[in-house]
Design a protein around this ligand. Structure first.
Ligand code: CAO
Length: 423
């Protein structure tokens, strides 16, 4: 499909690191013209962070900035400000995730942006929302996971590793970017009705909290009931329950059906030789059949979820015993025949080489001018009318001249800007 859905939407991508770039990258995949605005000579800090190839853009950058164009511009210099003003007049959306107040200090307040383009949608990521008592704080991923409730509820409550724990998933960064993308698309549809732009903001704390909805559910249940029944590993008299604090859930299922990570063949040497197994209520009989435990199907001590709860450790131990001579893949191949919700614990090494993910476009290999080629994660959203095609990330300032020419600047003006290091 040559006419991608967001074709014609021009986005000033004034973002850096991960939260903002993840948002604009996704919009670029779906057809928006995303112009990444970067500081001359330096660019997005991720270009040079954790490099695997000397002097080439780091994977941190390339995996978050595909399908974009790069314009270098010193937006603190008067000439640079003039270029940005022109860009604002001609664009639909500006996305930024600088520290609090940075855009205002540059002279691009919301009022000024509206003067330049009343249809403009200004989308911002900040650590905390406007008016929040922490609104002045700068925030990175793990800070947001702590502020948004993920860290206090992830990990183990007792034992030496019982500290609040950070998830490897970018709940603070990319997740906030995804929320912001929904906000931008909503504002674009709103503008089709009113002709007016608006400010769209998403704080990293809010985006994390939005994913911790069931933990907020648990806090309220705990305050009413006094304990959380779905954590079989925790006695009802434990101190967290006494203090009415939602505990870290370990590997327990967060819903109405208990689940756990179970050892498979080879777990002694392979740190990922495990499956996740869910004891789904209506799958109880198939589970008994799969395990060769038909007597559990009629024993009142096992027939309901409530009755099973005191035996849940024994049930998981029985499943572990059943799969101890099976690899995680063999175990899943058995349980899938019984319609049991389960999956192998997959390592990044396995995911990178997963044929199904390659086939679906969820893992793609893209060419890059300096690196040769690299693997990246493609669109997790699949459409029936088109398949996003992922292109390599731009080199720093690769499209500066092209973008400036489109804005009407002549070769001499561009050369003068280069000489003054405005671009
Ligand atoms: N030309 C000139 N100046 C530029 C520029 C350009 N093209 N691009 C950025 N700058 C300037 C900004 O104007 C700002 O200058 P001042 O501080 O003098 O106003 C500065 O560069 C950027 O400041 P910053 O506060 O954004 O950068 P930082 O490295 O100190 O902080 C971060 C980084 C991520 C902590 C901060 O940007 C932040 O809190 N952002 C909001 C939350 C967020 O998105 N965090 C997630 C990042 S992903 O992990």
């Amino acid at each position: 499909m040559s006419d991608l859905p967001l074709k014609g939407i021009k986005i000033i991508d004034f973002t850096h690191v991960q939260a903002g770039p993840a948002c604009t990258q996704m919009l670029a995949w779906f057809g928006a013209d995303v112009i990444k605005l970067e500081r001359p000579g330096a660019g997005d800090v991720t270009r040079t962070q954790l490099r695997d190839i000397p002097n080439a853009d780091a994977l941190y950058f390339t995996m978050l900035n595909s399908n974009k164009r790069s314009l270098t511009l010193n937006t603190k210099a008067p000439e640079g400000k003039a270029v940005l003003e022109k860009l604002i007049r001609e664009s639909d959306v500006m996305v930024e995730n600088f520290g609090p107040g940075a855009l205002d200090r540059m002279g691009f307040t919301w009022e000024r942006i509206q003067e330049l383009n009343p249809g403009m949608i200004l989308a911002s990521v900040k650590g905390f929302s406007e008016g929040h008592h922490y609104e002045d704080l700068k925030v990175y991923e793990n800070v947001a996971q702590c502020a948004g409730g993920a860290a206090s509820t992830t990990g183990w409550w007792k034992g030496e590793n019982s500290v609040p724990t950070i998830s490897a998933a970018a709940l603070g960064d990319s997740n906030t970017g995804m929320h912001l993308a929904i906000g931008i698309l909503t504002a674009i549809i709103g503008r089709q009705k009113t002709g007016k732009g608006q400010k769209v903001a998403c704080s990293m704390q809010d985006a994390v909290l939005n994913l911790c909805r069931v933990k907020m559910r648990d806090q309220q249940r705990l305050e009413k009931v006094g304990y959380l029944e779905e954590y079989p590993q925790y006695p009802h008299e434990m101190e967290a329950f006494a203090d009415k604090v939602t505990p870290r859930g370990g590997n327990a299922g967060g819903g109405g059906q208990p689940g756990w990570i179970l050892k498979c063949k080879g777990w002694e040497t392979d740190p990922n030789a495990y499956i996740y197994f869910t004891v789904q209520g209506h799958a109880w009989e198939p589970i008994c059949d799969a395990l060769g435990k038909p007597e559990w199907k009629t024993d009142p001590a096992y027939t309901t979820a409530k009755a099973r709860q005191p035996h849940i450790d024994e049930i998981f131990a029985t499943i572990e015993d059943f799969i101890k001579d099976k690899t995680k893949f063999e175990a899943v191949d058995i349980f899938r025949k019984f319609d049991i919700p389960c999956a192998p614990v997959l390592s990044m090494k396995e995911l990178l080489r997963d044929e199904s993910l390659r086939k679906s476009g969820s893992i793609v290999e893209v060419p890059h001018k300096e690196r040769g080629s690299y693997f990246t994660i493609g669109s997790p959203i699949k459409f029936s009318a088109f398949k996003p095609s992922i292109t390599g990330s731009p080199l720093l300032g690769e499209h500066s001249e092209q973008v400036l020419a489109e804005l009407g600047y002549g070769a001499e003006q561009i050369a003068a800007m280069k000489a003054k290091e405005v671009i």
